[in-house]
Design a protein around this ligand. Structure first.
Ligand code: SME
Length: 158
C-alpha cells in the first residue's frame, strides 16, 4: 500500500481518474471496513478538499456517524430523515444542489451549500451511506455520481 497520495489539479474527471486507482490500491487486500472507510474519506478529502466527506453506518435502525474528514457532525440520523436518511430509505443516490431547498435537510455545518449522498451495500443490504458536503452550490453532478458509485462499490467485499 502506498503511504502517500499523488494529488492532481484539473477538472473533476482528471481528479477522479487520478484518485480512483489509488483508492483501489488502499482498499485492495484490506478486509476491515472501518479502516477502508477511514482511508477513502481521507483520500477524497485530500484530492477534492470538499467541506465534509464521510460515512454513516446503519446500526439498530439508525444511521450512526462513521469515519469522516471535516468539521464535527451530527452523530445519529433516523431512517428517512435528512438527505442521508432519505438516501438510505430510497436506496438511491441523492444530489442536492441547494441544501436550503431540501425539506428536512439536517444542517451539521452552516457552511454546507450542496450535498451528494450514496447508499453503500453489502450484497443486497444497505449498510450505510457516503455523504459529501460542499461549501458551494450545485457542486455535484452525474460525473461525481458515476465515480463515487465505483468507489462505494469497491467497499463491498461480499
Ligand atoms: N446534511 C446531512 C446530515 C449529515 S451532515 O451533512 C455531515 C443530512 O441532511 O442528512
Amino acid at each position: 500500500m502506498a503511504e502517500t497520495l499523488n494529488l492532481v489539479q484539473g477538472d473533476k474527471v482528471e481528479q477522479y481518474e487520478n484518485i480512483l486507482p489509488q483508492i483501489r490500491g488502499l482498499i485492495d487486500g484490506e478486509p476491515d471496513l472501518i479502516a477502508n472507510l477511514a482511508n477513502v474519506a481521507a483520500a477524497l478529502k485530500s484530492q477534492f478538499n470538499w467541506l465534509w466527506v464521510g460515512f454513516y453506518l446503519v446500526k439498530s435502525q439508525e444511521l450512526v456517524l462513521g469515519p469522516f474528514q471535516g468539521p464535527i457532525a451530527c452523530t445519529r440520523i433516523a431512517y428517512g430523515r435528512g438527505v442521508c436518511g432519505t438516501a438510505w430509505k430510497q436506496q438511491e443516490v441523492l444530489i442536492v444542489d441547494d441544501v436550503e431547498q431540501f425539506s428536512g435537510h439536517i444542517s451539521c455545518s452552516s457552511e454546507s451549500r450542496s450535498e451528494i449522498v450514496l447508499p453503500m451495500f453489502s450484497g443486497q443490504a444497505c449498510i450505510g451511506v457516503l455523504d459529501i458536503d460542499s461549501a458551494h452550490l450545485s457542486n455535484f453532478d452525474a460525473t461525481d455520481e458515476k465515480y463515487l458509485r465505483q468507489i462505494v462499490a469497491l467497499l463491498d467485499h461480499t
